[in-house]
Design a binder for this molecule. Structure first.
Ligand code: GLN
Length: 537
């Protein structure tokens, strides 16, 4: 079967959940046995989001092949089984860079290089080459129709319809149908205007996903269909949902997957949605609750920890539990207030992070978890501070530290020797999937149930080999290493109910239908250590 294309655009305003919608469509088509691939095209000029502030942009998602991408790729991976990679996310910056490099090499033979056709051709090339091996490609255009920045992308997807052929391309437009309280009614005007904007650049949407608070009744659907030249069955409500994993089911109930297949001329079996249903049934009726304290820096913006929050929800779901996340700002934690601030947590998690702000607070949190026997999970920076804490407070190396934060007589966390000469930021990161060997008899080995694992990394610093022995001497077990034994990938405390930390980011590989074992195990430990365990309200 030749690849069919679904282009997803957004109208009216941002934050309508376009990425989630694209992911949920993917989940439905995959449940019908189709090979689905998602691409996100981002209209900003940064070449990749790796250097963008998580304050502005949310989480940087890392793929198997080490691409630092938009967080929407995280949604795609969680909803669609297929791993994404470098080819699944590109920005205006990447497109221009390729075209300018080609121009410098003289490949345009002296012609004037222009947005149309050269930039649009490069966009089309990236779309086509990134989706060769799938049945259905779902391509999300970042930004909102009407933005200056999105225009070349919209022009490219407009052209693709005639390039690929009518019947192989479907345009889905995500829009807003607000409820105006004073008038007591849903308003279709923003949708009409947004579709008009799309039409003015030559794109007639085939299907509308209408974000709304509740449902859309038949009259409203009829009205939108009439004004926007789509069939009434192609007006799909995308209501606010209490749990994002309900979306595939909500869309399926309105016949979305059937409509897509009919319009694209694809025959496929009915979808198998049992596992999504089972997930939602467990989510609706949790038997227990766990309260997890996340001690971090970017605590006021939960998008910063998107994959982490989702992985915790998956882990809780696997335990038929509900997780309550309490974000604790590490800059405000001191040894005086830590007991009060962290009281009542069933587990403490320190996520990844960069820079020295809030580090001392994180060390205080580790000390609390270690001495009070509270289940602890350290991820990346969280593992590094766990090692620093142990050597400071147990081994007595008072100034143990990471060279990321300061020069120290005891650089427990440091760049590896072969990295030290490279100073250019961004160049020395350990990125993407790396193999790891788990020690026989360790908790990590029991949790994973296998000896060899592969996990995704995004960091520069490592546990300094000069301190491996001291860590072991003071109660820490090095439970995971790189296969050559050189790099510490996982540690755990011997005399503690549950204290596990890893140098990698397991959250990137957790899926609702395949919860990550480290998250399931952590939640399970938090549930059994809990003194406040109570049945769900
Ligand atoms: N800042 C640390 C490093 O670069 C940890 C990074 C992280 O937590 N992702 O090694």
């Amino acid at each position: 079967m030749r690849t069919k294309f679904i282009f997803v655009t957004g109208g009216v305003l941002s934050s309508l959940g376009k990425g989630l919608s694209a992911a949920a469509i993917g989940a439905l088509l995959e449940a019908r046995g189709l090979r689905v691939g998602n691409i996100k095209m981002d209209p900003y000029i940064n070449v990749d989001p790796g250097t963008m502030s998580p304050y502005q942009h949310g989480e940087v998602f890392v793929t198997e092949d080490g691409a630092e991408t938009d967080l929407d790729l995280g949604h795609y991976e969680r909803f669609v089984g297929r791993p994404t990679g470098k080819r699944n996310n590109f920005t205006t910056g990447r497109v221009y860079q390729a075209v300018i490099e080609r121009e410098r090499r003289g490949e345009y033979l002296g012609r004037t290089v222009q947005v149309i056709p050269h930039i649009t051709d490069e966009i089309k090339r990236l779309v086509l080459s990134g989706t060769e091996d799938v049945d259905v490609a779902i391509i999300e255009v970042g930004g909102t129709v009407g933005d200056i920045e999105s225009l070349p992308f919209l022009e490219a997807i407009r052209q693709l319809k005639s390039d690929i052929g009518v019947g192989n391309v479907l345009y889905v437009h995500v829009t807003l149908v607000p409820y105006i309280r004073a008038a007591g009614e849903l308003k279709t005007k923003p949708t009409q205007h947004s579709v008009k904007d799309l039409l003015s650049i030559g794109i007639q949407p085939d299907m509308l996903l209408c974000r709304c608070e509740g449902d859309l009744d038949r009259d409203i659907r009829q009205k939108i269909a009439g004004f926007c030249n789509v069939g009434i069955d192609d007006v799909i409500a995308a209501p606010d949902v209490d749990n994002i994993y309900r979306l595939p089911l909500v869309f399926h109930d309105q016949g979305l997957d059937d409509r897509i297949l009919r319009q694209l001329g694809i025959w496929a079996a009915q979808p198998r949605l049992e596992r999504w249903q089972a997930y939602m049934e467990r989510a609706e009726r949790p038997r227990r609750r766990a309260r997890i304290g996340i001690v971090g820096k970017y605590v006021h913006l939960t998008d910063t920890y998107k994959s982490l929050n989702e992985a915790l929800a998956h882990g809780a779901n696997a335990n038929e539990a509900k997780v309550e996340l309490v974000f604790v700002d590490s800059e405000e934690l001191t040894s005086e207030n830590v007991a009060a601030r962290l009281a009542g947590m069933d587990g403490i998690l320190i996520p990844g992070g960069f820079g020295n702000r809030g580090i001392e607070g994180k060390i205080v949190a580790v000390a609390y978890a270690r001495t009070q026997s509270v289940p602890f999970f350290g991820i990346c920076l969280g593992m590094q501070v766990a090692c620093i804490e142990l050597l400071r407070n147990v081994a007595g190396l008072a100034d143990a530290n990471s060279t990321e934060f300061c020069r120290s007589a005891h650089p427990v966390v440091d760049l590896m020797v072969d990295q030290r000469d490279v100073t250019e930021k961004g160049g020395t990161m350990r990125l993407g999937a790396w193999p790891c060997t788990l020690a026989e008899g360790s908790r990590a080995r029991a949790i994973y149930g296998v000896e060899r694992i592969s996990e995704r990394h995004r960091h520069r610093y490592e546990i300094n080999p000069d301190y491996h022995q001291q860590l072991k001497d003071h109660g820490m077990r090095i439970s995971g290493t790189s296969p050559d034994g050189r790099l510490v990938e996982m540690v755990e405390l011997r005399d503690h109910p549950y204290f596990v930390a890893c140098q990698f980011h397991p959250e990137f590989k957790s899926r609702p239908l395949e919860p990550h074992p480290l998250f399931s195990a952590f939640i399970s430990a938090a549930l059994s250590s809990s003194t406040r365990r109570e049945p769900a309200a």
